[in-house]
Design a protein around this ligand. Structure first.
Ligand code: ATP
Ligand code: MG
Length: 358
């Protein structure tokens, strides 16, 4: 049966990087006989301009019917004055995530040896870095009720949020992380604040119980403050990190910056069945949009993750990742990863180079 992929270019540099990623996807589709059905849809600011809403019904229906979604980026200054709920991010992206129950966010942070000098850390600390952060994405303090800002009797205001996780929510993200660790280096570090927060005491207990089903995975635990320190001090000690929504938000951005190459980092957001949305970690980069300067490799690497995690085509994924290493070896660089002695190329020239390597 033909698998369905929905391509959502979005805003800013989204269309430019997606053009290259889609060429790569179509190339491997025909080369490996994957028999994919590839649709395109509008989302974010592009959809607001065309149809008055960040997530048109057609796009939503296509998203629900697809096995995987490939997204460029959404948002930009043009739509920043809209009410938050109508903006490209909340009205488009976050809505797809919550409606499709994409609770598991996988963010690899890889530092290619060819780009070791892009990091602000010493090469011996980061060169060869290859970690995966698994972040719970649809629960925790970002979604817990009750929440709000209220007036107290004495006249001052009080802000409050609720940090809550059900056992079932912890289990399902735990399973994704254990499964991912099993496919990689076999080590999983669960990050919590179990010395202070009851919700994360439960988190730790559930991870330990789950660990009994994965005797081949080495489970460890770390408090989030220590994890932040260790990520910056000696990041290569980690293989897979699993953590809740807020801690994962912070730690995954820190891990991304360790690599110094925001244009190189893919991500996946998965549901319980492995259906997912794949997108680069970076945003719509309005400052360079439409200039052919954007690095398409994060989106091309997102295609590889999509093939591996949602389409059961790990072989094709390996080939794309290998092709990216080849173009780096050949010295091709977009501006964000440029260093002296390398060849500066445009977005489409980088796409050409990847296709040639494939
Ligand atoms: P958002 O709120 O959507 O995350 P942001 O402004 O925080 O947006 P980005 O849009 O990722 O973050 O841009 C941050 C910086 O990184 C910008 O200077 C942008 O030009 C640069 N950048 C982001 N993605 C790329 C890319 N693919 N290639 C080159 N430069 C990029
Ligand atoms: Mg940002």
């Amino acid at each position: 049966m033909s698998k369905k992929v929905l391509v959502l270019p979005g805003d800013g540099i989204g269309p430019e990087i997606m053009t290259e990623a889609e060429r790569v996807l179509r190339f491997v589709d025909s080369k490996f006989g994957l028999n994919l059905t590839i649709d395109q849809g509008l989302v974010g600011g592009a959809a607001i301009d065309a149809e008055g809403t960040a997530l048109p019904q057609r796009t939503f229906d296509l998203a629900k019917a697809s096995d995987a979604i490939l997204l460029g980026a959404v948002g930009g200054p043009k739509w920043d004055n809209l009410p938050p709920a109508d903006r490209p991010e909340k009205g488009g992206l976050l809505k797809i995530r919550s409606e499709l129950d994409l609770f598991g966010n996988l963010r690899p942070a890889i530092l290619y040896p060819q780009l070791a000098d892009a990091s602000s850390l010493k090469p011996e600390v980061v060169s060869g870095l290859d970690i995966l952060i698994v972040r719970e994405l649809t629960g925790g303090i970002y979604f817990g009720q009750p929440r709000g800002i209220r007036a107290l009797e004495n006249g001052e205001r009080e802000g409050f949020n609720t940090y809550v996780y059900k056992e079932s929510e912890i289990k399902r993200i735990g399973r994704q992380a254990f499964e991912a660790a099993r496919k990689r280096g076999g080590r999983l570090c669960s990050v919590d604040k179990a010395n202070v927060l009851e919700v994360t005491m439960l988190w730790r207990e559930v991870m330990i119980e789950l660990g009994k089903e994965y005797p081949d995975v080495e489970l460890s635990h770390m408090y989030v403050d220590n994890a932040a320190m260790q990520l910056v001090r000696a990041p290569k000690q980690f293989d897979v990190i699993v953590t809740g929504n807020m801690f994962g938000d912070i730690l995954s951005d820190a891990a991304a910056m360790l690599t110094g190459s925001i244009g190189m980092l893919p991500s996946a957001s998965l549901d319980i069945n492995g259906r997912g949305m794949y997108e680069p970690c970076h945003g719509s980069a309005p400052d360079i949009a439409g200039q052919g300067k954007a690095n398409p490799l994060a989106t091309i690497l997102s295609v590889a993750m999509m093939l591996r995690y949602s389409l059961a085509e790990g072989g094709a994924a390996d080939v794309i990742e290998k092709a990216v290493e080849v173009v780096l070896d050949q010295g091709y660089r977009t501006g964000d990863i440029f260093s002296e002695g390398c060849q500066l190329v445009s977005t489409s020239e980088m796409g050409d180079a990847v296709l040639a390597a494939l």
